[in-house]
Design a protein around this ligand. Sequence first.
Ligand code: PGA
Length: 256
Amino acid sequence: MERRPLLIGNWKMHKTAAEARSFAAALAVSAARLAGTADYVVCAPFTALHVLCVTLPRAVALGAQNVHPAAQGAFTGEISTAMLREWGVQYVLVGHSERRRLFAESDAWVGEKAAAVLAAGMRPVVCLGEDEAERAAGATEAVVGRQLQAALAAVSADQAADLVLAYEPVWAIGSGRTPLPEEAQAVASWLRAQLAERWGAAAAAAVRILYGGSVNADNLGSFAAQPDLDGALVGGASLDPASFLQMAYIVTGGNA
Ligand code: PGA
């Protein structure tokens, strides 16, 4: 199964709408460098979605960083799948470790969001990863396995092609430290084996798995070259358009 390489930028709480417009304009100037052999996504703050919807080059899809699973209702401060779709959002991060840690999102809640995103015709990017103590205790598989099962509780095999997993060790996020590419590959391969057990080999082979945590233009190539890794989820290094373009080239394996 050929999986399309995927580069996702996660801007977190960075960039006003005006700054997002400048980013899109810089990308548009070099749009020819965005090869058709990979998928590129920018996950922006809600307030920048509209301007990006109309200014991002066609090759770059729009992503959101969070969503509420209910269709609508009395949920002050939240945003629905329909509201995201209205601005052309195609990907939604769910279960990012910052949301799990700082905003107390549970495994089950992440599962509800993943199912809601798929039901709305968008692609959930389910983030999984162990923290430093869990890694030291040799509990990586136990942790990401538990997160995976809960995230997929209401997801079926026929939705596999729209599912993206991002293996993001918490200790690697924003720290400048990363696992070895081979270590990230081992976790990705283990995750794919779990998917195969659940859904069969064909569906498991359709799921794209990304590595995330301190990825930049210097180390992306070695992660993207791993057989079970299809690209990366990038925070800090995705904020600069030149860096984003460089990584967009690298994630294709140089086939731009
Ligand atoms: P980072 O963030 O690339 O800045 O480490 C990655 C993420 O949190 O998705």
